[in-house]
Design a protein around this ligand. Sequence first.
Ligand SMILES: Nc1ncnc2c1ncn2[C@@H]1O[C@H](COP(=O)(O)OP(=O)(O)OP(=O)(O)O)[C@@H](O)[C@H]1O
Length: 286
Amino acid sequence: MDSRAKGQLVIRDLHIAFKQNGESFLAVEGFSLDVRPGEFVSIIGPSGCGKSTMLNAVAGFIRPQSGGILIDDQPVMGPGADRGVVFQQYSLFPWKTVRENVEFGMKMKGLARFQRERAARTLLGLAGLLAFENHYPDQLSGGMKQRVGIVRALATGPRVLLMDEPFGALDAQTRAIMQQILTNMMQQLGITVLFITHDIDEAIFLSDRVGVMSTRPGTLKRMLTVPLPRPRQAAMTTSPDYLQLKQEIMVLIREESMKAMDNELSDGDGFGMKVGPEGLGALLGL
Ligand SMILES: Nc1ncnc2c1ncn2[C@@H]1O[C@H](COP(=O)(O)OP(=O)(O)OP(=O)(O)O)[C@@H](O)[C@H]1O
């Protein structure tokens, strides 16, 4: 890899519009963010505020109407190997083993077999999956599949890892384990991460900074620094600093969610309906 390639991500004044029912509407408006090389930044915000849209633009899947995205000063013009992407749904090849899945991208890049094998086994080891290298995806739990997905995204050597609710489909215990594994991995690899989540605890536990988005059209409302040392440990989640930050983020998201709800209420025409004094039974003719 280019030794100057550090993984600095700059997003400048992003505007993204979609067409719905023939009309154009803004999903993201004036979103700007600077992520330092090796930094872990989470973005959190009310449902539908444009988090995935913003991430998809950074991934190069969506072209913004205006604004710029730069990775190490190079403008993003489409998808590229400088960014790895992990979504909520696993996208593994079911007919390939775990190691073959991880090696796939490296093979495409023309890496020699011994290099592929060494890199894949090291990364699988970091993710606690080495014992499963010859298993097929359908022999793995959801958490393991997602770990393979993360390792596969890392295996091509991206400068920035983009993660959109990667643990959203997992149960709470598995999720906590995944967070611990991810934070340990990222501490060793020092890669830049932009992480989308709905979960405030997850955002704080993993991140150096947490960005809270406004309601749609989404922009960055506040950026908060996480005052916790690394390596992160579960015991930190009861510290006063942690709880204060959690409270602050909760208030910000609540404010924005209420605004989103107000917008929905004023758009809709059914919310003023009244049920008669006889209640549900009478309404249903029972
Ligand atoms: N391809 C598309 N075409 C039209 N509208 C879209 C498209 N993708 C997203 N939208 C709309 O843009 C807005 C932002 O969607 P987005 O998925 O980015 O929000 P989000 O913050 O990630 O939501 P959630 O937290 O619920 O996942 C929503 O109103 C959504 O319906």
